[in-house]
Design a protein around this ligand. Structure first.
Ligand code: GLC
Ligand code: GLC
Length: 637
């Protein structure tokens, strides 16, 4: 749908009229000028997307005026330092492609008790080299059932046990001062059942009519369930939960997480207000939670529908207008073809890379790099204004989200292979080094995912002497393949599974808590002592982090595959002629040899950025890699 300039101008003057009636003339105010400038630039996109979603609704025009008013009002109260950051980021839109970018993620309570405690950890975050910190959701949520903060009762309040909104703002500013960008979640697929909208909807308040999907009986839930995938089968079969009064409500995840109804424009407007309020706290990346599920349509899987993309692009356009320093990060843990559809300069500029994550663990189990090599060669490169967030572990489970079509090219049957991986990682496979725990084991479909910390999955639990090497190997790919590497706090010092969660009724039936343990002081205290496992992991990571941040080749996200001719050795190149690095990674516990022919286009003697700088490697003799060894060869010409 094309939008004429006239329409844009009319909208803007309708909004101005409304603001003027309460606070005097806007026309020449700084805020109005900045806002209208950006509005004129991004309104066509915003209106195009909203037109598709809601253009047919009654009162569409009034909805638009209200929405833009919400955007302007939140821009007006946006703190001055964030407005300055807006301008700066507009001038350097590729800032997040820097080789210095490094992410971390933690729970506030588990890592440091509360926000004040976390603020005291900023020197540690700097020591590690972080430039990005994702706090697990700090918002008010039901107690004790909160899905780790992913059931939000108010986006405008901080959970009292963590601190106040003022603490969160202060924390954001303190991070920003140290060059660390705050990442917060936008949990927009659902709210908790204790959110005032949910309470209002349940009580039949007309303004919350159609905020959620509530049905009088099983007729519609059954009709939808026919084509839906079960996401949390342990919590409830299907995607609906029964209310005390007998009605049914859509709950993709837990029964206390009610899915919002975005076919209702009032929901879009209300959530846009919450989103911009989060932006004004100082979030520089907004983690778009559970993007795949936000639009529903009968007869479909209700995942990854085109309208879900339109919705996110509309939110994104609003952000460009009212809080442009903030970028979106998508959390789509789905088929790789679907994952990339969320990534574009106009939708989510960065995205979790669940395929790389899953295939790293796959490769460690099989010792064959085939699938990972293929994924890097065929599915890694993105639009240059966007980036992957590469990670080894997150707060969630590991799902085997590779494409069956990709696997079959190597004669691998996806279903059988997933069964093998599940057995391998939950220690039901002879000789496995991993000690994971099943998550949402679904005997009906054979589906199962894996919980466990990086260290426990890599073999530290049994004192396996190769475990540290495995951990460093996985992180080496995340740190060198291009995009923003993300460390799950605790992994950098080898935190093990913590089974105490089973004693907590609110956590007992969710095995993901096994890898959500408190910060283990002892491990952090020994991080500089290389006689400890924590110290060895920490030192190995530090070396890679420092090398990466100083080597031009690691800028940006583009990569070129490099075939090593050895089934256990992964290969790829980063950078261009000025600065070029060849990464080789041995995924087996045995020595592996790469023969000289593969290096014919390389300089004859090279340095390994991860090795002794005085030793040059004569590539004309081929190269032998030790068990799980990784080299970052400087092959600049
Ligand atoms: C996201 C979160 C996960 C949560 C789910 C429901 O996937 O990462 O922890 O359970 O959304 O909000
Ligand atoms: C499903 C969802 C994903 C969520 C995960 C939590 O895989 O697709 O969004 O993070 O469940 O386990």
């Amino acid at each position: 749908m094309l939008t004429s300039n006239l329409e844009t101008t009319n909208l803007l003057s309708a909004v101005e009229k409304q603001v003027t009636s309460t606070s005097g003339s806007q026309t020449f105010s700084q805020d109005w000028l900045a806002f209208s400038d950006r509005f004129n630039k991004f309104a066509p996109k915003l209106l195009e997307e909203l037109g598709h979603l809601y253009g047919h609704k009654e009162q569409y025009k009034a909805f638009l005026v209200d929405l833009i008013l919400v955007a302007y009002q939140s821009f007006q109260i946006r703190p001055a330092d964030l407005k300055a950051l807006d301008k700066q980021r507009e001038m350097h839109p590729q800032w997040f492609q820097s080789k210095k970018m490094l992410g971390g993620v933690c729970y506030i309570d588990l890592f440091a008790g509360d926000l004040r405690g976390l603020q005291a950890q900023i020197p540690y975050f700097k020591e590690l080299g972080l430039t990005y910190l994702h706090l697990m959701p700090p918002y008010k949520c039901p107690v004790p059932n909160s899905d780790g903060g992913y059931a939000v009762s108010s986006y405008r309040e901080v959970s009292p046990s963590l601190g106040t909104m003022a603490d969160l703002r202060e924390f954001a500013a303190a991070l920003r001062k140290e060059g660390i960008s705050l990442v917060l979640d936008f949990i927009f697929n659902h709210t908790s059942d204790e959110h005032e909208w949910a309470i209002g909807a349940l009580a039949g308040k007309p303004q919350y009519d159609d905020f959620y999907y509530i049905f009088p009986d099983r007729k519609m839930p059954d009709a939808y369930d026919n084509t839906l995938r079960e996401i949390f089968p342990d919590a409830h079969p299907g995607s609906f939960s029964q209310l005390a009064d007998g009605r049914w409500v859509w709950t993709t995840f837990n029964s206390f997480q009610w899915d919002l109804n975005y076919s209702n424009p009032a929901v879009f407007k209300a959530m846009a207000g919450e989103m911009l309020a989060i932006a004004n706290i100082g979030a520089e990346f907004l983690r778009m939670d559970a993007v795949a599920f936000v639009w529903k349509q009968l007869g479909t899987t209700c995942e990854n529908l085109p309208q879900a993309h339109g919705l996110i692009r509309a939110f994104s356009a609003l952000v460009r207008i009212a809080a442009p320093a903030m970028l979106f990060k998508s959390e789509a843990i789905v088929h790789p073809d679907d994952v990339v559809k969320y990534i574009s300069p106009e939708e989510c500029q960065v995205a979790y890379n669940p395929l790389q994550m899953a295939l790293l663990w796959n490769t460690l189990a099989t010792r064959e790099v085939n699938l990972l090599q293929q994924a890097l060669e065929e599915r890694h490169n993105l639009h240059p204004d966007t980036a992957w967030v590469n990670y080894v572990r997150s707060h969630d489970d590991i799902g085997w989200t590779f494409a069956d079509e990709d696997a079959i090219k190597f004669g691998i049957n996806g279903y059988d292979h997933r069964q093998f991986l599940n057995r391998f990682y939950v220690n039901r496979f002879d000789g496995s080094f991993a000690r994971g725990v099943p998550f949402q084991d679904n005997p009906a479909t054979g589906d199962c995912r894996i919980s466990g910390t990086c260290a426990s999955l890599a073999g530290v639990s049994q004192g396996d002497h190769l475990a540290v090497k495995r951990i460093l190997l996985l992180h080496s790919v995340v740190l060198s393949s291009g995009g923003i590497p993300l460390i799950y706090m605790g992994d950098e010092v080898g935190t093990l599974n913590d089974s105490n969660y089973v004693d907590d009724v609110a956590k007992a039936d969710d095995s993901r808590w096994v890898h959500r343990s408190k910060r283990v002081k002892l491990l952090y205290d020994s991080r500089h002592d290389q006689s400890t496992v924590a110290g060895q992991i920490y030192a190995g990571l530090q070396q890679m982090i420092v090398q990466r941040s100083t080597c031009e080749a690691f800028e940006g996200g583009q990569l070129t595959g490099f075939r090593t001719g050895n089934a256990s050795v992964l290969g790829y190149q980063r950078g261009t002629d000025g600065s070029k690095v060849l990464v080789l990674a041995n995924f087996s516990e045995f020595e592996q040899y790469c023969s000289p022919e593969i290096f014919s286009a390389m300089p004859s003697d090279v340095n390994d950025l991860l090795g002794n700088s005085l030793v040059t490697l004569p590539l004309r003799q081929g190269l032998t890699l030790m068990a799980y060894q990784v080299v970052w060869l400087n092959v600049s010409i």
